[in-house]
Design a protein around this ligand. Structure first.
Ligand code: NAG
Ligand code: NAG
Ligand code: NAG
Length: 978
């Protein structure tokens, strides 16, 4: 996403903002020709410079148009962009001239194009790739967002792209190219290093930090994205001088003055143009530590007219290279060629730790709104992330072969494609147009349907002890996608017994409460062994004709079990209580008798008492009527006042059950919440429902939940980096910035950072943890306080290109969990429950013909896919079958080295004794995206000012794996059924 100048022109016409200049215009304009100081350009003292022209196109996998509209070049009235023509033209131009190079990034587009080509064209492309003339950089399905994506989704979408490139061309990309995402995460840097990348190029960092780095020649450095791996996953990093687009004035395909070098004709301009170009190169060279300059040549959806661009660049190059007084050596280059030049210099680089969040491109323009924008899409993406893992694991433990393998993997293509596309930095980020958001959701839904069909087929085979899939006819099992809104036809309308088969994709036994909507109180639950399971019926919050049936399920590791719902006698429901407290064996919650709000939490197990104030509030979205003109919008959070949703008395009703107690609170006509605690459960569940935010007062609203405690937190809080390491944050500080004076012009927005899985406050030995069901923004604005943004509805556009106010009219229901525990217990709780968010239980329903006993005969009602449970600090991140039957096996140690006295320890695992039904015939350790063997990959070495011997990689010994904290280890295995 990069706003074109045309749009800026429009903004300027509508009298909009000064700050919009940060959008698309390079911050530096080419000096006008009269002002050029030729002495500066041709100064004999100046060093010779290698000018690396990097021809590229930035193709958003959906933004203003849908991915397929962009591919086809339809809806040109929205944006002039057609990716198929770009690739057509570029391939043709490259074929004509071996000196030209081009880089391509987004494999979701490239595969769409490639599969349509003739054998001849495919062969041409293979030749271009083999010769390095067409180079894939980054090479994921999309250029993923870094704030709102989970690390597992990043790995999945990168693996999808890299697998294609490796299979088809035998290549593996070696540089990360995230020129557009809106801030950069430490985890992304570390993951890129683990993918074997030699360098990471990106564009958007905070403007104050950028200014500082430019002035101190620190736009290039070594980034240490992980404290666990130290120098092992450091990655050399290049921050673009301005943006990733053409030098101003050198965008020929869009009508900038061509290079006129034929002196038989009028208007020869080549010398002036060359001077202009050279002066910009010299300006950039001034902030580098070496004699190379990278010149981005391309922009959003550019190079549709490749010949126009290349022809003019050729003339410019010929002229400059033919005039040694410039001392510029211009070449068609790529980022990987550029770094070879840099790496040959003997330079010691400074090391940067932590991340680049949040990003601001002006004093009032903090891109912290998108951490939360389109909360529903974020939630949906998260549930498909989870479902996708379950589908992959089920298909792989079943060991597909022959026809089942081909058909199943073909069927799952829309799931991989839709889920991969959803990671794009204008998809899950929530910064796309409304019609494109619908398209992403539709793709996820199509993928989900495909996934459910496969789950149904495999569960049917597994239950019936068959080794082949029955692909005929309807799904044997039904699914309920709308459980969050208390809708499930299978449980609401069953009249014979109902089988609920539950699949657990975690590698240890999972116990958790399940709540299903039923329409009668005459329901009893039994488990796979026929034993009655304690259950509870309570009235439903959405529909007075429905009840919630709650019971605790226990599902074997990487396996399934079956529960049965049948008639079992009418039961009563617990009535309302007038008390101000509710409790389980774990917690006692107290509500204020005057306001109805939560005021204290007692952890009974550890005897820890916390006074706490919970408030729902809303920031008034700035309309952009302040002097600088910056409005709050899809990207930017710019508040203009903070208001309580209800600062009076909340209507609270408490229901006390044996398994579940809950407090239902209506805060105002559009916001309500249910606070739930479950017997034995160490987390307090907070479920918030935001019906469309009321905007009849003409005010945009950004709704938060805020917890205020007396905890002494030293102004700190901790938030996860895409589900991996926790990053310490400090109110009004940037602890990881190089030291320079900076201004805080937007105090609230300045403190916002993304959370993907969890965050916490810490006071001495105690921890208040927050676990989220989707990514969102969070902040601490004062000591002992923590807030999360839940939903945004905004009436203005923030001038960053999407051109629509974020005016969603959809109801949001979202959950977060809180727990107050001693630090070690809290850390374990947070990691384990966090892991369940990307490995949720899958519930499949089938009505039982006849009696449960008859139906069950010969069926395998319960089974683990493991020989024994793995410890809770290990996660089976992926078990995914590839098209040739090989399987990607990926384990992750989910703890950081200093997080827990026991769970942070390395774990030894013998891979040959993990799975119950799969025999591993061969095991090869590969790098993170499952391409090259780990042992064969030698990353480029960069000298840095810091070394760290703490981490030691231990290679696989036979089948024995030693998994160290935070390690993610990937294997390609060949398997057969035991
Ligand atoms: C980089 O710094 C130089 C001087 O220190 C300044 O002239 C130039 O405008 C700066 N460039 C950017 C992109 O900030
Ligand atoms: C499943 O089938 C196999 C043979 O196909 C048999 O050996 C095994 O006992 C069966 N398992 C169960 C639980 O019925
Ligand atoms: C929205 O709020 C206004 C007051 O600003 C109120 O008059 C109106 O009834 C509310 N609408 C709904 C649907 O709650």
């Amino acid at each position: 996403m990069k706003v074109q100048l045309l749009l800026l022109g429009l903004l300027a016409l509508t009298g909009a903002h000064k700050s919009a200049k940060h959008v698309g215009q390079p911050k530096q304009f080419a000096p006008s020709i009269e002002n050029l100081d030729m002495n500066t350009i041709l100064n004999e003292e100046l060093p010779a410079i290698n000018v690396h022209v990097v021809a590229h196109t930035h193709d958003d996998v959906g933004w203003l148009k849908t991915v397929d509209q962009y591919y086809m070049g339809s809806r040109q009235n929205i944006q002039d962009a057609g990716v198929q023509y770009i690739i057509d033209g570029v391939v043709e131009a490259l074929m004509q001239d071996p000196a030209k190079r081009f880089v391509y990034v987004e494999i979701a587009f490239f595969t769409r194009w490639y599969r349509e080509q003739s054998q001849q064209t495919q062969n041409n492309v293979k030749q271009l790739v083999a010769e390095g003339r067409l180079e894939f950089i980054n090479g994921g399905w999309c250029m993923n967002d870094e704030a709102t994506t989970h690390y597992s989704a990043v790995i999945d979408q990168m693996t999808l792209g890299h697998q294609f490139l490796f299979e088809e061309f035998g290549v593996r990309p070696t540089v990360g190219w995230h020129v557009d995402p809106f801030g950069h995460s430490a985890s992304q840097a570390s993951l890129f290093a683990q993918m074997g990348f030699d360098a990471f190029f990106f564009g958007r960092i905070d403007f104050q930090e950028h200014d500082f780095r430019n002035r101190t020649s620190e736009l290039e450095f070594v980034w240490r994205g992980s404290e666990n791996f130290g120098s092992e996953t450091e990655i050399w990093t290049h921050v673009l001088y301005t943006d990733y687009c053409y030098f101003h004035g050198f965008n020929w395909e869009n009508g900038d003055e061509p290079i006129q070098d034929d002196d038989r004709l009028y208007d020869v301009n080549v010398k002036d143009r060359a001077n202009q170009f050279a002066s910009m190169v010299r300006q950039r060279a001034a902030s580098n530590k070496h004699n190379n300059v990278l010149v981005p040549f391309g922009c959003d959806f550019q190079f549709e007219k490749a010949p126009i661009n290349f022809k003019n660049m050729d003339k410019l190059m010929n002229y400059i290279n033919g005039h040694p007084e410039y001392k510029l050596n211009m070449i068609y280059s790529t980022p990987s060629v550029y770094i070879k030049y840099i790496n040959s210099n003997d330079i010691t680089w400074n090391v940067k730790t932590s991340d680049f969040f949040p990003y601001a491109d002006g004093p009032h323009a903090f891109w912290t709104g998108y951490f939360t924008s389109r909360a529903n899409l974020k939630g949906y993406e998260k549930s498909v992330n989870s479902l996708s893992h379950a589908v992959d694991k089920l298909t792989s433990t079943f060991v597909l072969s022959g026809n089942d393998l081909t058909t199943t993997l073909d069927t799952l293509e829309p799931l991989d494609d839709g889920y991969g596309i959803a990671q794009h930095h204008d998809a899950v980020a929530g910064t796309e147009k409304q019609h494109v958001a619908f398209d992403y959701a539709k793709r996820l839904a199509v993928g989900e349907t495909a996934g459910e069909m496969i789950i149904s087929q495999i569960l049917d085979a597994v239950l019936n002890n068959r080794t082949d899939l029955d692909v005929s006819g309807e799904n044997k099992f039904g699914f309920c996608r709308l459980l969050n809104e208390s809708t499930c036809t299978h449980t609401e309308q069953f009249n014979s017994p109902l089988a609920v088969v539950i699949y657990n994709s975690l590698t240890y036994r999972s116990s958790s409460y399940v709540t299903l909507p039923v329409t009668s109180t005459n329901v009893a639950v039994t488990d796979a062994s026929g034993k009655k399971v304690e259950s509870e019926i309570q009235r439903n919050q959405d529909d007075s004709n429905k009840y919630d049936l709650t019971f605790l399920v226990t599902v074997p590791a990487l396996g399934h079990t079956t529960y049965f719902l049948s008639k079992g006698g009418v039961r009563g429901t617990p009535g309302d209580s007038r008390d101000d407290t509710m409790e389980t064996d774990y917690y006692r919650l107290t509500f204020s008798s005057s306001t109805g709000k939560l005021v204290s939490i007692l952890n009974k197990k550890e005897n820890l008492q916390l006074d706490i104030a919970q408030e729902y509030m809303w920031y008034n979205s700035s309309k952009g009527d302040k002097q600088d003109g910056q409005a709050s919008g899809a990207y930017i959070f710019r508040p203009d006042g903070l208001y309580s949703v209800n600062d009076g008395k909340i209507d609270t009703s408490i229901t006390k059950g044996k398994l579940r107690s809950e407090a239902r609170q209506v805060w105002n006509p559009w916001l309500s919440q249910v606070i739930r605690i479950f017997d034995g459960d160490s987390n307090i569940q907070i479920e918030t429902t935001v019906t469309p935010i009321n905007i009849t007062d003409n005010l945009g609203k950004e709704v938060i939940v805020r917890y205020t405690t007396g905890m002494k937190t030293d102004s700190m809080w901790y938030s996860d980096s895409q589900g991996l390491e926790f990053i310490p944050r400090t109110i009004n500080q940037r602890p990881f910035w190089p030291s320079f004076p900076f201004n805080i012009t937007e105090p609230e927005a300045f403190n916002y950072v993304p959370m993907n899985e969890a965050a916490y406050l810490r006071d001495g030995n105690n921890r208040l943890s927050f676990i989220t069901d989707r990514s969102r923004g969070c902040a601490s604005q004062s000591d002992g306080q923590f807030e999360m943004m839940l939903q945004r509805r905004i009436l203005n556009d923030d001038g960053r290109g999407v051109g629509e106010p974020l005016n969603e009219t959809i109801t949001l229901r979202t959950q977060h969990l809180i727990s107050y525990q001693s630090n070690d217990i809290g850390s374990l709780n947070q990691r384990v429950i966090g892991a369940t968010q990307s490995n949720r239980l899958v519930l499949a329903y089938q009505s039982v013909d006849g009696s449960v006993e008859t139906w069950s005969k010969g069926k395998i009602l319960s089974k683990s896919g493991l020989l024994k449970d793995l410890p809770q600090n290990i996660q089976l991140t992926n078990l995914k079958t590839l098209s040739d039957g090989r399987v990607i096996l990926r384990f992750h140690h989910i703890f950081s080295f200093d997080e827990h006295p026991d769970y942070s320890k390395p774990v030894a695992l013998d891979l040959s004794t993990v799975f119950a039904d799969i025999k591993l015939n061969s095991i090869t350790e590969v790098i993170l995206t499952a391409t090259d063997e780990t042992a064969s990959v030698k990353r480029m070495q960069w000298k840095s000012d810091k070394t760290d011997p703490k981490y030691q990689y231990v290679p696989l010994k036979g089948t024995r794996l030693l998994l160290r904290p935070m390690e993610i280890r990937t294997f390609i295995v060949t398997v057969s059924r035991k």
